[in-house]
Design a protein around this ligand. Structure first.
Ligand SMILES: Nc1ncnc2c1ncn2[C@@H]1O[C@H](COP(=O)(O)OP(=O)(O)O)[C@@H](O)[C@H]1O
Ligand SMILES: [Mg+2]
Length: 255
């Protein structure tokens, strides 16, 4: 479904003392249809940058991106338009994901109207359908973000990402701001939705246990580089790289 080869991204910041951060260094992997690939690493290791490179919200310095064997690396904005719908990101902070001045109804039907996919009545119908899919009722439609809980917001955000029938979904620490019990519910919704639509997921988290639980395969990222890439079971039982061993060990110590 989606494949990246040798992706690199360096940031330079500060004009008095130039600072270079190699956020992503020579990263390659692929994700198949219906598969969830876990991306694990500590804060600042480059996970979000990598995901933004993959969906072309950020230009890569080097490397290639393939979506279903189409090389989209150098696609222009116009060429990307039809693909934009197929790649969606769900971010960590549920609070900032929705416009505080818009009701859930407005948030949900906006993408559909914007892409001129259907008329307003049909869009509303679809919104109710999607709410149902993520376990929410149509009573949500008239509410504003401040009137519902973080877990409910994250479900609406998932519903909204699904309005355009994406084929690839990046989940950038989608549950890390939620309580553990709500986290489990949201994860369940995500898994149901995935099996129904056969989407490819990139599931990003600093929580090794959660990733091992949810993903068949994982990549471990450390300071911009992938240090290990294998079946979750293999990573947990026989970690190879010293950094991965450290992670697995820390996880063992917590239990
Ligand atoms: N727009 C940017 N400009 C400069 N540096 C950035 C920018 N975005 C991210 N970085 C730096 O790149 C590194 C990786 O960041 P990020 O991808 O957000 O990591 P993660 O998502 O794993 O926490 C960090 O050192 C961060 O400070
Ligand atoms: Mg991040």
């Amino acid at each position: 479904m989606i494949r990246v080869e040798g992706l690199c991204k360096t940031f330079t910041s500060g004009w008095l003392r130039r600072r270079r951060v190699e956020a992503v260094k020579d990263v390659s992997f692929s994700i198949a249809k219906g598969e969830t690939l876990g991306l694990v690493g500590e804060s600042g290791c480059g996970k979000s940058t990598l995901s933004r490179l993959m969906v072309k919200l950020l230009p890569a310095d080097q490397g290639r991106i393939y979506m279903e064997d189409q090389d989209i690396t150098n696609y222009t904005m116009t060429q990307m338009l039809p693909l934009r719908r197929q790649m969606q990101i769900i971010f960590q902070h549920p609070d900032s994901a929705l416009n505080p001045r818009q009701t859930m109804q407005q948030s949900l039907i906006e993408p559909l109207l914007l892409h001129r996919l259907m008329g307003k009545d049909e869009a509303l119908h679809k919104a109710v359908e999607l709410l149902e899919l993520v376990g929410l009722g149509s009573d949500m439609l008239i509410r504003y973000p401040h009137q519902i809980s973080g877990g409910q917001i994250q479900r609406v955000v998932i519903a909204r990402a699904l309005t355009l029938n994406p084929r690839f979904l990046v989940l950038d620490e989608p549950t890390s701001m939620l309580d553990v019990s709500v986290q489990a519910q949201v994860m369940e919704v995500l898994q149901q939705v995935q099996s129904q639509f056969e989407m490819a997921y990139l599931f990003i988290s600093h929580d090794l246990e959660l990733v091992a639980h949810v993903c068949q395969h994982m990549v471990i990222m450390h300071q911009g580089e992938i240090v290990e890439q294998a079946c979750s079971k293999v990573v947990m039982e026989q970690p190879q790289h010293p950094y991965t061993r450290q992670l697995v060990q820390a996880f063992g110590d917590m239990r």
